[in-house]
Write a protein that binds this ligand. Structure first.
Ligand code: M6R
Length: 522
């Protein structure tokens, strides 16, 4: 916590106070001295300034909130009022947990699940005064309000490692179960059926689809784009939320915007959604975290039901996003009349089989720790693929980068000869994703090109694909699940490859350096 100079006020803060320099100057001109350059210290000093004026911590906080700009989840304690503390929120996640004889604030439910499952989600502009046995809420007009209680329905063990060395490994292994819970409610009588879940999110005339997200969620969107375009024959673009919001996008009332986010709190994704809504678009959110900010902005929400994801690197968050997007593509195609019933049944059958296929993708590859040692510990790593394989390559490279700190890049295999092949030399590691059967010949040519320059090639291919066994140095085997579902089974061994590389390198796997689980600032 940051203390005010007089030691009376303590503040914890998640977010960024944008006008802190101006406020700091104001306080300095009033005789305040600072011991850090942080925006958070400005908040503690400003509360102290107003507390000196009015002698009431809540009133002082209200005055501070009228002056600060930016994003914040704040917890504020005043030494003269030890029986309670104050919380405030704007554009950063904050929830209240109700315990027995104790109440809590947290940015994420995983932090307090050991103590309580009874929570209220704070909204922008709201303030709460929390004591051991009571919580009083105020809205942005400073009027008292009542808040709804929500019960968190997952088990405490979901926020524990359960015998695994890391949350990431546990979450990788949980994927079959996570996929079952994501897909089961959307499969009925051998067909994909979202029932009333899409609510009012579909435009009357579907002109185009824009998928927006950040990081792994964006890469899930890249897979989803291919699935929706292929099944629905409507134009789909996948846009990074941080780019979309500043790109003056061509979005209107006939655009369906699909926003993907595990946390539902990613600042860039929220901002992109607000931008799209201001242009008249309908927004469908695909989210894991219940009660998160994105769920409140969207016209309808599809929960991925993956359970809490605690490791910074997304695994089950990503695969459940891809699975729900693919099921959504089938649902839209059915509504648009683009597929025959046998085609729809075949897709649904693939979705039913997906959790088992993911389990198989894990079981088929006990040699991954050794492959990680041979391919991933030195030099750069290139991931190549075409079509959906290319989209998966992007996610696979991100996994490797963020937890092992190895330099890993993904390229469309056909682009190699347009530049990147210049980087391939003796001993370079290339991971070639080869699940697109119709493009196998092309992938084999790319493998031969890089091998001719001295690269060692680790391929990912369907079981029994002899041509790949002959062309690559080593093969990670994945079960065949069909062109649209392969990405889900295909990424799983590559998540494990990154995990074992990071473990070998002694990295802090669950909390990689410089990264946060939810990126709640721009
Ligand atoms: O919570 P979100 O899905 O919105 O998060 C988006 C990205 O920050 C996230 O996927 C990030 O790239 C992960 N660290 C990837 O493993």
């Amino acid at each position: 916590p940051h203390l005010s100079g007089d030691g009376k006020i303590a503040v914890v803060h998640n977010g960024i106070i944008e006008n802190y320099v101006e406020l700091r100057d104001f306080l300095i001109s009033n005789g305040y001295k600072f011991i850090s350059d942080t925006d958070t210290e400005v908040v503690s000093q400003l509360v102290s300034f107003y507390y000196a004026e009015c002698g009431n911590a809540l009133e002082a906080v209200f005055r501070v909130l009228r002056r600060i700009e930016g994003a914040y989840a704040l917890g504020i304690l005043c030494v003269d009022e030890p029986e309670h503390f104050i919380a405030a929120r704007k554009d950063a996640p904050l929830l209240i947990g109700y315990g027995e004889g104790s109440n809590y604030i947290a940015s994420d439910v995983t932090a307090i699940i050991k103590h309580t499952r009874d929570v209220s989600y704070m909204e922008d502009g709201e303030v709460a005064v929390i004591s051991a046995d009571k919580v009083q809420f105020y809205n942005a007009m400073e009027q008292t309000i009542e808040k709804e209680h929500h019960t968190i329905d997952w088990d405490v063990s979901a926020a524990e490692k359960g015998g695994y060395a890391h949350f990431m490994l546990k979450e990788i292994m949980e994927q079959p179960r996570a996929l079952r819970s994501a897909l089961a409610p959307r499969l009925r009588d051998g067909l994909v059926d979202f029932g009333a879940e899409l609510g009012s999110a579909l435009p009357e005339r579907l002109g185009s689809v824009v998928i927006t997200a950040c990081g792994s969620a964006y890469y899930a969107g890249c897979v989803g784009k291919l699935a929706i375009e292929r099944l629905c024959r409507v134009p789909v673009t996948a846009e990074l939320a941080s780019e979309l919001r500043y790109s003056d996008p061509l979005i209107g009332e006939d655009t369906l915007v699909i926003a993907l986010s595990q946390s539902g709190e990613t600042a860039d994704t929220l901002a992109a959604v607000r931008e799209c809504r201001s242009r008249g678009a309908k927004v469908l959110a695909i989210v894991n975290a219940e009660g998160s900010s994105l769920t409140k902005l969207a016209d309808a929400v599809l929960y991925t039901r993956a359970g809490p994801e605690i490791a910074v690197a997304s695994t089950k968050g990503y695969t459940t996003q891809v699975a729900v997007l693919t099921a959504l593509a089938a649902e839209l195609a059915r509504r648009l009349g683009r597929l025959t019933e046998p085609e729809l049944r075949e897709l649904a059958a693939g979705l039913y089989r997906l959790p088992d296929a993911v389990q198989k993708a894990i079981d088929l590859n006990p040699g991954l720790p050794e492959l990680a040692r041979r391919y991933c510990l030195g030099g750069a790593l290139y991931y190549i693929g075409r079509g959906t394989d290319r989209a998966v390559a992007l996610e696979a490279a991100l996994k490797m980068k963020e937890i092992s700190y190895r330099h890993a890049e993904a390229y469309a295999a056909g682009e190699l000869k347009h530049g990147t092949i210049a980087l391939v030399e003796e001993g370079t590691s290339v991971v070639a994703l080869c699940c697109r059967t119709e493009l196998l010949g092309k992938m084999i040519s790319s493998i031969e090109e890089v091998k001719a320059r001295g690269a060692k090639v680790l391929a990912v291919a369907p079981a029994g694909e002899r041509r790949i066994l002959a062309a690559a140095d080593d093969v990670i085997t994945v079960p065949r699940t069909g062109p649209l579902l392969d990405p889900v089974a295909e990424i799983v061994p590559l998540q494990l490859l990154a995990y074992y590389a990071a473990r070998e390198l002694g990295c802090d796997i669950d909390k990689p350096k410089n990264l946060a689980k939810s990126v709640t600032v721009e």
